[in-house]
Ligand binder design. Structure first.
Ligand SMILES: Nc1ncnc2c1ncn2[C@@H]1O[C@H](COP(=O)(O)OP(=O)(O)OP(=O)(O)O)[C@@H](O)[C@H]1O
Ligand SMILES: [Mg+2]
Length: 264
């Protein structure tokens, strides 16, 4: 990624609450045009809340969110989609009794042009041939991986400049995770869509992303190029489950959390 790439999205000191509970304690992140950026963190770190702050579902109480140079901090969700930010939510959230085609149409509900709609649907089907084969199938009867593809496809129907994905790898077999991430990568390189990706699976996220932020307790504790993060000893130990002796189980990783150097 060239250093001159333009900033697409910027969060500056974002603080977001659920009632009295402060979930984000000052998040600052940047996504540049053409980049895949990942937010890595364990359960409850604040990944989904960061995406919800951006997409207008839970507005920050403090801080600012800028998209293409425009302050969108307090814009309503529907106008944020219009500006070019679309999300495939955590847990997919498809309409289970509607067909694949109908679910995809829901992603384009703000548009009126029929020709454009058909064109976008063809583009989604070209990207996800498995969806094309199942266009009439009810979404709720598809496999987890197919549902994930459908959820991503639905977000693409809004023709986003920035696509946000919340844990696309969740519950999927490794081979399917690679297939989906491969498609996300093509979307990025061939169509220039920027990606903001929330993942617990740091291993796969850092292999596909250009840049990453590590979140803990509503704060960014580390950031850097994916390559740099991948070789960082703390990241290796706590997020990639690796240490000099080889693989380490997640259970053990959790056990050692207390020793994190950035908390010292
Ligand atoms: N609806 C809610 N009401 C109250 N607190 C919430 C709500 N949703 C999230 N939180 C809290 O906000 C914090 C951040 O949660 P968030 O869902 O953003 O984490 P996450 O990084 O996405 O975790 P996960 O990997 O489990 O999805 C957590 O402490 C969580 O308990
Ligand atoms: Mg989440």
């Amino acid at each position: 990624m060239s250093a001159q790439s333009q900033t697409l999205l910027e969060l500056d000191g974002v603080e977001t609450y659920y009632g009295a509970i402060q979930a984000l304690k000052g998040i600052s992140i940047t996504v540049r045009e053409g980049e895949i950026v990942t937010l890595i963190g364990a359960n409850g770190a604040g990944k989904s809340t960061t995406l919800r702050s951006i997409n207008g579902l839970n507005h920050p109480r403090k801080g600012t969110i800028t998209f293409q140079g425009r302050d969108i901090t307090h814009d309503p969700a529907h106008s944020i989609v219009k500006r070019g930010i679309a999300q495939s939510p955590e847990g997919r959230k498809l309409f289970p009794r509607m067909s694949v085609t109908e679910n995809l149409e829901m992603g384009a509900f703000q548009r009126r042009d029929k020709a454009g709609l058909a064109e976008d649907m063809d583009r989604v089907f070209a990207l996800f041939p498995r969806l094309a084969e199942r266009r009439k199938q009810k979404a709720g009867t598809m496999s987890g991986g197919e549902q994930q593809m459908c959820a991503i496809g639905r977000a693409l129907m809004a023709r986003p400049k920035l696509l946000m994905l919340d844990e696309p790898s969740m519950g999927l077999a490794p081979q399917l995770v690679e297939e989906i991430f491969g498609i996300v990568q093509r979307l990025n390189t061939e169509q220039g869509v920027s990606i903001l990706l929330a993942e617990q699976n740091a291993n796969v996220a850092l292999r596909y992303a250009h840049y990453g932020y590590i979140l803990e307790n509503g704060r960014v504790v580390m950031e850097g190029d994916a390559a740099t993060l991948t070789t960082n000893e703390d990241v290796k130990e706590f997020y990639l489950g690796l240490e000099s002796g080889g693989r380490k189980s997640y259970r053990n990783v959790k056990h050692y959390r207390r020793r994190k150097r950035w908390l010292a």
